[in-house]
Design a binder for this molecule. Structure first.
Ligand code: GLU
Length: 488
């Protein structure tokens, strides 16, 4: 078995953020492309903010993206449990060991004292940090006070010097220990902090590579010092560039949707979401924007990830979505838009199944025009309106009213149409209609503009004779008759 072991360690505290999806994709692809293992660990130590719903959403979101894990919740594995909250016993033993060895110490400073300390430092414009009062407490006294029931936190004793490491994305990174506080490993209530447990769990799970968002870069020296104190091998780190909004600030709800679910709900195709996320900090060859997941897995290397922040371009995302839709097979596209049609109340799932060829024709006419599955229902709304109450777009109505003889033209055309048997064949009906228009000595718009208005209410859109085919003779005739009256 390969020693290459990657993981993601999401905290189940909210919706499934796109940043998490990208981190998952990059770790997963790296493992899959190199025969390594990919582990999912749920970091639910923040008991007040973690929820079962959020954890379920993470699992579902990853599966939806096609990301599978070799070890983790629901699949198990030899290094479980894979929920951090179930691992606290091991965490406590480790703290005990580090305190005994002098790498960590108990801090009995009260919350009030620490607040005062911080406020004083802030007033003097100093970086808030612990002043080390309990750092050199006699170990025997420390043990006695703890045994007597005095409350304490456990802090890591940051030594003098500096930590330097080779980040696979950022190159050599250096942190002077003067910048690092004696950080808390165990809170007063005995609960462990992130920087501490993440190392314990990554050690236990034999994680070899940690790829995560740049916001964690400042945590890395603390974690490296802890690996060293534990006598464990430090994994390779790679910090992925921040995803930035178009305002160049960290992507947030302020500038747009950040949750996977929002994009799924709007109908961004899965392949487009994956493709777009791959481009957040990585490029295939600097030219090719569109590629599939298999290509990504084959070609992805962490050392090719850029350092600079990745700007999240919503227009490009939409474009990629539309491009993906245009490349879909019609049956797949029909399946994909069907739930949106049901959701919009236009048809039932059974109705769609019963009229499948009709539905595919409805979909085909929009394949070139929509960018998201969710764009579809509003674009075809006219086909589900009552024949005598089609919503007229003001521009469509204005176009129709430009033609004085619209009522006579429409009526004459209806009479001609009723005698034809090719309503189901847009190409044939279209060609014949154009001849009819010429024979009548009319210009094309004199029929087409009023006809489009009464049939669809729209100034433009799909082929007009495709609309006739979709409506059938009965509805076409009803719409023409009602439209003649409405445009009088
Ligand atoms: N629970 C952390 C987060 O959600 C994991 C960070 C890490 O990968 O170390 O950001």
């Amino acid at each position: 078995m390969s020693d290459l072991r990657l993981r993601i360690a999401p905290s189940p505290t909210g919706s499934v953020h796109l940043g998490l999806c990208r981190t998952a994709l990059f770790n997963w692809a790296y493992a899959r492309g190199r025969g390594g293992a990919f582990v999912l660990r749920i970091e639910d130590t923040d008991r007040t903010r973690s929820t079962a719903e959020s954890e379920a959403a993470i699992l579902e979101g990853l599966r939806w993206l096609g990301i599978d894990w070799d070890e983790g919740p629901e699949v198990g594995g030899p290094h479980g449990p894979y929920r951090q909250s179930e691992r606290v016993v091991g965490h406590k033993e480790t703290v005990q060991r580090l305190v005994e060895a002098g790498y960590a110490y108990r801090c009995f400073c009260s919350a009030e004292r620490l607040t005062e300390l911080r406020e004083g430092q802030e007033k003097r414009k100093e970086t808030p940090r612990y002043d080390g009062r309990c750092r050199d407490l006699d170990p025997a006294e420390s043990a006695r006070r703890a045994a007597a029931g005095e409350e304490f936190t456990v802090r890591f004793r940051v030594p003098e010097g500096a930590t330097v490491f080779e980040d696979l994305v950022r190159g050599s990174v250096r942190f002077d220990h003067g910048e690092i506080d004696d950080w808390i490993m165990l809170r007063r209530d005995g609960s462990p902090t992130y920087n501490f447990v993440v190392v314990c769990d990554d050690v236990d799970m034999r994680i070899s590579h940690v790829f995560r968002g740049e916001e964690h870069l400042v945590n890395t020296p603390k974690q490296i010092l802890l690996y060293e104190a534990l006598g464990e091998t430090v994994p390779r780190f790679g910090h992925l560039p921040l995803m930035l909004g178009t305002d160049r600030k960290k992507l947030s709800k302020r500038t747009g949707d950040t949750a996977l679910g929002d994009y799924v709900a709007k109908g961004y195709p899965r392949d487009a979401i994956i493709n777009f996320l791959c481009l957040q900090g990585w490029a295939l060859d600097g030219e090719t924007e569109v590629f599939d997941t298999a290509t990504f897995v084959e070609r992805f290397d962490i050392v090719d990830v850029q350092k600079a922040g990745a700007v999240f371009d919503p227009d490009k995302f939409r474009w990629l979505a539309g491009d993906t839709i245009r490349r879909m097979g019609l049956a797949d596209l029909a399946d994909a838009v069907a739930p949106y049609v049901v959701e919009a109340g236009q048809m039932s799932a059974e109705g769609i199944a019963a009229r499948r060829p009709w539905f595919e024709r409805l979909v085909a006419g929009e394949q070139e025009r929509i960018e998201l599955f969710g764009d579809f229902p509003p674009r075809v709304a006219c086909f589900f309106e009552a024949d005598d109450a089609v919503t007229f777009d003001p521009k469509a109505e204005k176009n129709a009213r430009k033609h004085e003889a619209r009522a006579e033209t429409l009526q004459a055309y209806l009479g001609w149409l009723e005698g034809r048997d090719d309503l189901d064949d847009p190409a044939s009906l279209g060609a014949a209609t154009k001849e009819w228009v010429q024979e009548k000595g009319l210009k094309i718009p004199a029929l087409f503009q009023p006809l489009r208005c009464v049939l669809t209410g729209q100034p433009g859109g799909r082929d007009l004779f495709d609309c006739v085919a979709l409506l059938g003779l009965e509805a076409t005739a009803a719409r023409i008759r009602a439209g003649v009256a409405r445009l009088a």
